[in-house]
Design a protein around this ligand. Structure first.
Ligand code: HH2
Length: 281
């Protein structure tokens, strides 16, 4: 998480965070990689496809998901983080709301804490992140995963999400977390209607104005199928996911959390080459 948020090249492209779920019920690949060996193999595949970092999670945060006990979450993810750590130097983040899980993940080799509660999940979270010295992803969510999609309302969703994230950045810095270690995330699908999600992506440049790298996680989420009106299941949402990736990249996203690493890389590379060619013509 330290250093430049963008990978090289004349035009900056967002980093690609590959998703490794070790859960029975995640958004799109729940149950596929509950076996640690299969999950680690999946992570290796994403690295081979060009993932810049991997996000390992053991608790689904999909709307209506049931909480997972800390011991079970640790049991799911630690062997996977250890196996991946042994095979790559690229950063590994842990997707968790629990300080106990974050601590165990850091001991196993994770260097980034991706927290959908923006380190509000426990009164101990901020201090622990400062103590670990890890990178942090502070994500906006309204409500909890079990309640968040019950008629979310905002007066101005972009301004409210920006204000919240700005406040959490200051709270993190005040707790001793280096500003250079912080990313922010609008939390696509977390307490937002389809329209809220679209507005946040359309005006991502306003979040980028906070001067903190912005991560976007929209891959295969249900608003894509609702927007296209095709009722596609998770695995059938690649086209829409790539559309979001390109829109987010054009508006200054520093990183994209995705399931389909190879396709996202290809889309970003071609879009960047087209932009570069403008200068030649
Ligand atoms: N979305 C999910 C989980 N973690 N973290 C960040 N920073 N941003 C996100 O948008 C985000 C996230 C989605 O939940 P899950 O049920 O775990 O599905 P999947 O990991 O397959 O996307």
């Amino acid at each position: 998480m330290s250093g430049a948020p963008h990978a090289g090249g004349a035009l900056m492209r967002p980093l690609i965070m590959g998703i490794v779920n070790v859960t029975p019920d995640s958004f799109s690949d729940g149950g596929l990689h509950l076996d640690p060996g299969a999950a680690a193999a999946h992570g290796e595949q994403l690295l081979a496809e060009g993932a810049d970092l991997l996000d390992v999670g053991g608790e689904s945060t999909r709307p209506g998901a049931e909480p997972v006990a800390e011991g079970e979450e640790i049991r799911r993810i630690i062997p996977v983080i250890e196996a991946l750590r042994a095979r790559t130097d690229r950063p590994i983040s842990v997707d968790t709301m629990k300080p106990g899980v974050a601590r165990a993940a850091a001991a196993a080799g994770a260097t980034v804490w991706n927290d959908v509660t923006a380190l509000e999940g426990s009164p101990r979270s901020l201090a622990l992140a400062a103590e670990l010295g890890c990178g942090v992803v502070l994500m906006h969510m309204r409500g909890t995963p079990s309640t968040m999609q019950a008629a979310p309302q905002y007066d101005d969703v972009v301004a409210e999400v920006a204000a919240y994230l700005g406040g959490r950045v200051e709270a993190a810095v005040a707790a001793g977390i280096a500003r250079s270690k912080i990313w922010i995330d609008p939390g696509i699908g977390f307490g937002k209607t389809r329209r809220h999600n679209l507005m946040l992506i359309a005006r991502l440049d306003r979040l980028a104005l906070l001067g903190i790298p912005v991560l976007v996680g929209a891959s295969r989420k249900s608003f894509i199928a609702r927007t296209a009106g095709d009722g596609a299941g998770e695995a059938g949402r690649l086209g829409g996911s790539l559309a979001v990736a390109l829109a987010a990249a054009a508006r200054g996203a520093a990183a994209l959390r995705v399931h389909d690493v190879a396709a996202t890389r290809q889309a970003l590379a071609v879009a960047a080459a087209i932009e570069e060619a403008r200068g030649d013509g």
